[in-house]
Design a protein around this ligand. Structure first.
Ligand code: ATP
Length: 262
């Protein structure tokens, strides 16, 4: 059977990656021999029990942390994506309180000394895509948590990254805001064609957004299962109650439970 991964060119590959924060013995391993290939424009989610190493794996892929052994390959070359080609979004929006929304969104372009005319044009497009028009001159503390996270997403996209790493970006938001942001993120993914690696604890969210879901097991962290999400796009709020959606959700839940018990 052809999977989503087989049909597109790989952009990111994790080969035999292990990680220990201390010591070299087997017991100190947080990740053990993780292998994973992410296709260009793929939306891949990582789920697993708390402490299984999801954030560690994502940080290694983003080059924010080094692996103890193994190789990460980006676009066929050993190494992680260059900062200019990737964006990162964490659970906390981490905006600079003394900069306006627009200045926060433009921050990566300022740091990277990118073409500011182009960056401003892109920022305006993102304000529109993320329903932020009208708040560009406000300061982060004047916005709701959901709006702040939208700004953080816009900031991560301003340099048109090829890869976006998102670590529980909606974890602190209420259910309604989260569903709305899932719809917006799906639209952004379709429009930009960015490859997205997304860590979440929420199984329905993973099914809604993903092309593939990686279920990890803990102690040491490892890939326990990979589930293809073969649902048509775009998915809508009605998708959550579709029979096919529920079936995949159950499969992912079973994988999660098996991984948590192993
Ligand atoms: N900087 C660090 N130094 C030492 N140990 C760490 C460090 N960061 C993470 N760990 C440990 O590595 C393991 C994996 O942590 P990680 O945050 O990657 O897991 P996770 O699956 O993302 O967890 P959660 O779902 O709770 O966010 C945990 O046991 C954690 O305590």
């Amino acid at each position: 059977m052809k999977t989503n991964q087989d049909t597109a060119e790989p952009i990111l590959a994790v080969e035999n990656v292990s990680k220990s924060y201390s010591g070299t013995d087997e017991a100190s391993l947080v990740l053990r021999s993780v292998n994973l290939t992410v296709a260009k424009s793929e939306f891949i989610s990582i789920i697993g029990p708390s402490g299984c190493g999801k954030t560690t794996l994502m940080k290694i892929c983003a080059g924010l942390l080094s692996q103890t052994s193994g190789v990460v390959t980006f676009a066929g070359k050993a190494g992680t994506p260059p900062p200019r080609k990737m964006g990162v979004v964490f659970q906390s929006a981490a905006l600079l309180p003394w900069r306006t929304v627009m200045a926060n969104i433009l921050l990566p372009a300022t740091i990277q000394k990118a073409n500011m005319t182009k960056a401003k044009e892109r920022a305006r497009e993102l304000l529109d895509m993320l329903n932020l028009v009208g708040v560009e001159s406000k300061y982060p503390w004047e916005l709701s948590g959901g709006m702040q996270q939208r700004v953080s997403i816009a900031r991560s996209l301003v340099l048109e990254p090829e890869v976006l790493f998102m670590d529980e970006p909606f974890g602190a938001l209420d259910a309604m805001t989260r569903e709305k942001l899932n719809l917006d993120l799906q639209a952004i993914h379709a429009r930009t064609g960015a490859t997205i690696m997304f860590v979440t604890h929420n199984i329905a969210e993973a099914v809604f957004l993903s092309d593939r879901i990686v279920a990890m097991a803990a102690r040491p962290g490892r890939v326990a299962d990979v589930i293809d999400v073969t649902l048509d796009r775009p998915r809508t709020q009605d998708s959550y109650v579709d029979e096919d959606f529920r079936e995949i959700e159950t499969r992912v839940r079973n994988s999660f439970d098996r991984a948590a018990a192993s």
